[in-house]
Structure formats: structure tokens, C-alpha cells
Write a protein that binds this ligand. Structure first.
Ligand code: ATP
Length: 293
């Protein structure tokens, strides 16, 4: 997408996004409520028309999507409503019938961990199970590209792990996945690359390790300082306090830790609770997106 724009009346929901998602990668869009993630996905899915910019998805403009193009993508929308009287099997089987080369229905139900609910009516599933059913419906057409809008919202921790391994398996099958999520661990566990959307624009883009300069940002070294500790032994770093902890923010953590260890050895002291921390993905996210949009 190049210069992608969407306005709702006076409100610019997406304000000029340039982004490329490569075949075979898992790409995560993060951002606060209302940042424009769903709107962006909807324009890529051919579900909503744009007001500006250009988009190519699987070689075509989604606004002029053909049935053949639609059969190559799978969608998990942010919310969905299934006919509650149909069973899991009946629904997945029905969706399989919409596609030219569907996956095996029972294999797909198994893949999302609903085998024991195969004959349960959709209306009787728990929230997390209904979400898994959404994922099964997105996958049964054996799509090349899968859009997952908050795929694990409402999942318990074990179900979320299972969903991650399922999504990770899609990578192994050569699929491309574009997902949105509010779970930083999800983006960190799954994504090859991440973009953080803030008020309709890209605030940062990169791999989970490097986004927002994580790798090179100063580290925080924390410990409970013995009363004999004298900060003047440190050649660099900024000192602050957090409850009982002394916190050194250092651009040269190896040097700082070396100086601390040398001092502690010489003085026969323990640096209790010693911890070295790089900015987490959540730190980077909150720095960019901390203000409500
Ligand atoms: P969330 O994390 O809450 O799902 P999001 O990043 O997906 O948020 P969008 O749903 O894309 O955000 O919404 C972006 C902005 O556009 C919001 O300010 C929202 O109020 C507005 N918006 C979304 N859909 C419509 C619509 N159909 N009509 C008018 N405004 C809309």
C-alpha cells in the first residue's frame, strides 16, 4: 500500500500509510483503539473502499476483487455472527463449499482445536471457541493470505498458545498472515515484522527485536544498593531510584555491569536483585501510542 487514506466524514481514520507485507511472512499491526487497524485491513480485504492511495494485494486492487481473488484470501473479522443452530462441522463444511480447493473439513476443525466440539451447535460455543470457529472458517478455503483481526481476543492462556502454534504453522505452509492484536506477547511470539499504527499513521515499523530502536536503546540496570555503594565508581549512566532499587540507565550496559561487578567483588558485597532490562515491545508501544487517539 502507498499513501493509503480513509476518511469517515471529517475524521481521517487512515492518514497515508505506506507498507509492504512480503509473501510468506507474518506481519502484525499494533495500535491503540481507533488507530485505524481494522479500517486498513478492510481496505486490503476489498471490504471497504479507500479515499486515496494505491493498494495491491496478491497482484490485484482489492476494490476490483474477483471471485477467484477472494478465494485466495481468508478473513477473521473483528466480530462475526454465525447461524447459531448449525453445528461446527456443518458450518465449516458449508464454507468449504464456497471455495474451489478447500482443505479437509475435519482436519481444519482439528487444526483449530475444536474436534471435541465438532457436533456442537455454534450458538452453544463459548466466546473463545466461537473465535476458533471463525479461524476455522477463514482457513478452510486453504487461502494464500490470511487476515486475522484480533484472532485471540477472549482466549484463555492455553488456547492462546494453541492458536499461536496454529498461526505459526501457517508460516510453515507458506501462507502470508496479516494480523492485528493488542497482545504484545502475541506480536513478539509470532510476527516477523510489526508496524505500530498511531492515529492513522505508522509510528514505527521493524522486527520485534529492533522496532523503535529497541536493540540500541539504553538499558536499565537495577539492584538494591548496599549502603557502602558509591555511584562515583561508574564512568557513565544516569542514576535514579525506584523504591528500594537503584536504577542506572546506561547506553553502555556491558561497561556499567563490569564496573559494578568489579566494585562488588573488591568490596565483598552482593548486588541483590540485580536485573538488566532492555526496553520491551510494550515500552516502545506505550511511548508511541500511550496517548489515547
Ligand atoms: P480497535 O483496536 O478498537 O479495534 P482500530 O485500530 O481497528 O481500533 P478502526 O476500527 O479502524 O480502529 O477505527 C479507526 C477510526 O475510524 C476510529 O476513530 C473509528 O471511530 C472510526 N470508524 C471506524 N469505522 C467507522 C465507520 N463505519 N463510520 C465512521 N467512523 C468509523
Amino acid at each position: 500500500m502507498r499513501g493509503l487514506v480513509k476518511r469517515y466524514g471529517d475524521h481521517t481514520a487512515v492518514g497515508g500509510i505506506d507498507l509492504e507485507v512480503f509473501a510468506g511472512e507474518i506481519f502484525a499491526l499494533l495500535g491503540p483503539n481507533g488507530a485505524g487497524k481494522t479500517t486498513t485491513l478492510e481496505m486490503l480485504e476489498g471490504y471497504r473502499n479507500r479515499d486515496g492511495g494505491s493498494v495491491t494485494v496478491l497482484g490485484a486492487d482489492p476494490e476490483h476483487a474477483t471471485l477467484a481473488w477472494r478465494s485466495r484470501i481468508g478473513l477473521v473479522l473483528q466480530t462475526s455472527q454465525m447461524p447459531s443452530e448449525l453445528t461446527v462441522f456443518e458450518l465449516v463444511d458449508r464454507y468449504a463449499g464456497y471455495y474451489p480447493h478447500p482443505r479437509n473439513v475435519d482436519d481444519t476443525i482439528e487444526l483449530v482445536g475444536l474436534a471435541d466440539k465438532r457436533n456442537a451447535r455454534a450458538g452453544r460455543l463459548s466466546g473463545g471457541q466461537q473465535r476458533r470457529l471463525d479461524v476455522a472458517l477463514a482457513l478452510v478455503g486453504d487461502p494464500e493470505l490470511v487476515f486475522l483481526d484480533e484472532p485471540t481476543t477472549g482466549f484463555d492462556p492455553a488456547a492462546r498458545r494453541a492458536a499461536w502454534s496454529m498461526i505459526d504453522n501457517l508460516r510453515g505452509l507458506g501462507k502470508t498472515v496479516l494480523l492485528t492484536t493488542h497482545y504484545m506477547e502475541e506480536a513478539e511470539a509470532l510476527a516477523d515484522r510489526i508496524a505500530i499504527l498511531v492515529r492513522g499513521r505508522i509510528g514505527a515499523e521493524g522486527t520485534p527485536r529492533t522496532i523503535g530502536g529497541r536493540e540500541t536503546a539504553p538499558a536499565q540496570i537495577r539492584f538494591i544498593a548496599p549502603s557502602a555503594f558509591d555511584p562515583s565508581i561508574l564512568s557513565s549512566g544516569k542514576i535514579s531510584h525506584d523504591d528500594a532499587y537503584l536504577v542506572i540507565t546506561s547506553a553502555e550496559p556491558t561497561v556499567t555491569v563490569g564496573e559494578l561487578v568489579d566494585w562488588a567483588r573488591a568490596a565483598g558485597q552482593e548486588l541483590s536483585g540485580l536485573e538488566i532490562r532492555r526496553p520491551s515491545l510494550e515500552d516502545v508501544y506505550l511511548k508511541l501510542a500511550g496517548q489515547p487517539s
